[in-house]
Design a protein around this ligand. Structure first.
Ligand code: HEM
Length: 311
């Protein structure tokens, strides 16, 4: 890379897992774009600084710009592959689109800090946006989804997280940014808990307690890990970095699924494989037990890209 200086990424993109998260979805109020741009830069800068200040509690976060809002936000140029959420549907499997203008994602191992910061950010955006959705995520047991299976085991590790998640030199103006997809999945846990253990394990292609992967030949074609483990024509794995966390209350609970990646194509192909299945109609049986309520597409530019607007 020589002595070229890379733009600084927003630190929540590649951060390791936390105990708590807050997800804020905002829509911009019409006609305020001029004031909103510096506010977005200020919020991203604020989150970046808090990462140092609250390093002991592993604070991190990022601000994403909605695919449909991008051209209003920054008409001069667009990340090469940015497009709206690829909604799809087949049978009872629905992956609807629900777009938002801005996504603020903050995480920390202290809930009180997150609550304070979420309020502060909301204040910084006052009169410029409307808060249209808010969820709070939490770590469940040893990083398990609420279905009881460890989630995140096969995620990229170490510096490979950056390689998977961040745009490189292929799109020079947007280097160190990331394509982000968010889907809020509501689980049907009473239906899930009625399934015998072996059937649950077959649905993931992994064991439950010990989190051991099935041998490839033992994985049903309808298992989640079979459906999302995809390769390109050269045999390279299509990878994403998942930053999902369980959310909710007794009334409604599930997973806020979050994919971050240097290209939106990997997520789209995986989702297609889950919903539409393979040529023989083998779709993802996990979707019989959970329902996507939302689907949103964002680009998370580097901090340096955003702070060019901070005056
Ligand atoms: C793997 C849960 C949705 C992509 C896994 C694993 C679990 C899990 C428990 C196995 C452990 C691991 O490697 O992390 C869920 C749940 C979902 C969901 C509960 C929704 C309710 C999705 C979606 C995608 C996806 C929408 C992408 C479109 C992946 C990938 C892996 C994975 C790439 C790793 C597969 C491997 O390499 O073995 N998921 N997932 N997941 N999931 Fe999901």
């Amino acid at each position: 890379m020589g002595n070229q200086v890379m733009p600084r990424e927003q630190l929540g993109i590649c951060a390791e897992g936390n105990l708590h998260s807050v997800y804020l979805m905002f829509n911009a109020i019409d006609g305020v774009e001029k004031q909103l741009r510096p506010s977005i830069a200020n919020v991203a800068q604020y989150i970046y600084e808090l990462t140092d200040q609250y390093a002991d509690s592993a604070f991190n976060g990022f601000v994403g710009i909605g695919a449909n809002f991008w051209d209003t936000f920054y008409p001069q140029a667009r990340p090469a592959l940015l497009k709206p959420f690829p909604s799809m549907n087949e049978g009872n499997r629905d992956a609807p689109a629900m777009e938002y203008d801005l996504f603020v994602h903050i995480r920390c191992d202290r809930y009180d800090i997150l609550h304070l910061v979420a309020n502060e950010i909301n204040q910084m955006f006052e009169d410029l946006v409307e808060l249209v959705d808010e969820e709070r995520g939490f770590r469940f047991m040893d990083s398990r989804d609420l279905t009881g299976f460890v989630d995140g085991t096969e995620n990229p590790k170490g510096r490979h997280r950056q390689e998977v998640a961040l745009v490189g030199s292929e799109d020079a103006e947007f280097t160190s940014g990331s394509y982000v997809h968010v889907q809020k999945y509501k689980h049907n846990l009473s239906k899930w808990h009625r399934l015998p253990l072996k059937k649950q394990e077959d649905i993931y292609g992994r064991t439950k307690v010990d989190d051991i992967e099935y041998a490839s030949d033992d994985k049903p074609l309808t298992s989640h890990t079979k459906r999302v483990n995809l390769k390109d024509d050269q045999g390279n794995s299509l990878e994403i970095l998942r930053q999902s966390m369980p959310y909710g209350s007794v009334k409604e609970q599930g997973l806020v699924f979050i994919s971050v990646c240097r290209t939106p194509e990997h997520f789209e192909k995986m989702l297609h494989s889950m919903v539409h299945g393979d040529a023989h109609g083998n779709h993802d049986h996990l979707m019989l037990f959970t329902k996507a309520l939302t689907g949103s597409s964002f680009f998370v530019p580097s901090l340096d890209f955003l702070t060019q607007f901070d005056d």
